[in-house]
Design a binder for this molecule. Sequence first.
Ligand SMILES: Nc1nc2c(ncn2[C@@H]2O[C@H](COP(=O)(O)OP(=O)(O)OP(=O)(O)O)[C@@H](O)[C@H]2O)c(=O)[nH]1
Ligand SMILES: O=C(O)[C@H](O)COP(=O)(O)O
Length: 241
Amino acid sequence: MWVFIPLKDFVQAKQRLSGFLSPSERRCLFQAMVEDVLDVLTQVEGLERIILLSDDPAANLLAEHYNIECWSERALAPPGLNSVINAAVRSVAGQVDHCMVAHGDLPLASVEEWQEVLAEHARGHGARVTLVTDRHCDGSNVLITSPPGSLTFAYGSESCHHHRAQAQQKGLSLMTLERQGLSRDIDDGDDLAELVSCDWGSRAPKTLHYLRENGLDQRIRALTSKEANSAFIKMDVVSDS
Ligand SMILES: Nc1nc2c(ncn2[C@@H]2O[C@H](COP(=O)(O)OP(=O)(O)OP(=O)(O)O)[C@@H](O)[C@H]2O)c(=O)[nH]1
Ligand SMILES: O=C(O)[C@H](O)COP(=O)(O)O
């Protein structure tokens, strides 16, 4: 199994969190989330190669640190998430039997969850797709395809629905899963509020450390509280001071 993790320019990441975090805070949060994901994924058994797809120098440094690969997206395809993933996956078709695409904003996923998802996929036969949805059943947080290239990746609004429909249309066996951490990508204020308010045990240590050390958990709680919402005091954009 080869794993691809697309990472957009870290400064551009997580725009939907602009009402809660400044640009530099969003960048640091994204870095911490990706590190949590890589700390966990590098412990998962059965992953032959982990490949970041990015042109951000920060991704190259992470690849060096974790002893994994980073492929330049510029060298692969025209800009855009789907373009770069489809090009990367097509480029390995024929060399590898299974590949997984995962995202960098899944710091709450545990080793056990990744391992369970791989085991579920391994139990299947023939051409197949395993999809871990987000908690709203809209997004495609993790997609495993066997063989690679059997599915055209179509991330974006309601991608879960699009990927499922495509798998059915192409006659691929499809398994859709939901898991506590893997289904909780950190996209918006509600996700942030839940991240800082619940007890996640040992999950997402770097992400939670970053938010707490900098008092951002308190800001997030204040901005996402019922009172803040009802008083319409949520900011549109938080700037760096
Ligand atoms: N390499 C690469 N990765 C991308 C690109 N666009 C998005 N990604 C990554 O794909 C995943 C999903 O991206 P999005 O939901 O579009 O963006 P996001 O940064 O998570 O959130 P928003 O900025 O709020 O939309 C994230 O891990 C991104 O870093 C791209 O053009 N190139
Ligand atoms: O199609 C999707 O699932 C999304 O584009 C993935 O990214 P997000 O979870 O960061 O929105």
